[in-house]
Design a protein around this ligand. Sequence first.
Ligand code: FE
Length: 198
Amino acid sequence: MRCRPRHTRAAVLGAALLLAGCGAAPHKTAATSTATAGQPAPRCSGRPTIAETEGPYFKAGSPARTSLLQTGMRGTRLVLTGRVLTTRCAPVAGALLDFWQADASGSYDNSGYRLRGHQLTDAGGRFRLTTVVPGEYPGRTQHIHVKVRAPGKPELTTQLYLPGEPGNEQDAIFDPSLLMQVRDAGSGKVATFDFVLG
Ligand code: FE
């Protein structure tokens, strides 16, 4: 059974208040830029990626897979590539990324593992996720949840967003530092995002 999430205004505001203390201090380091999967990667600022609320729909035990697409799945295809980096912009190999998201109509699969999956970064700290653009649901703009775990680092739980979505400005949890770089590619979209672990 899939259920439609319900975020009350109070819950969203509460989460926003919780998030107020989650910003990490910026670090000044030399910027770097490399290519990921044939497209320019975002420049590394060395600033740790901010944490955001886990929300109510995380499920442990997701399958290991880089594509969340399944037969008959509706929605706009999205290929997200990026890296996991240190604050010195060094790649983190073997970091675990656990993604979960709503489907194109804004529903989570809370009984199975549809649109949930984890993977490890390669020797260059790179990952690649194939999925669909998530739908909005009441109180939330489009977003992808993720946990990033790497040895010797605190676990990062955060969310990624799409630029230019009208719902971003109405979403109390939205933060522009978590915007993916997105462009159209054929009938789908390609996106990049680098995580920096503090
Ligand atoms: Fe969510």
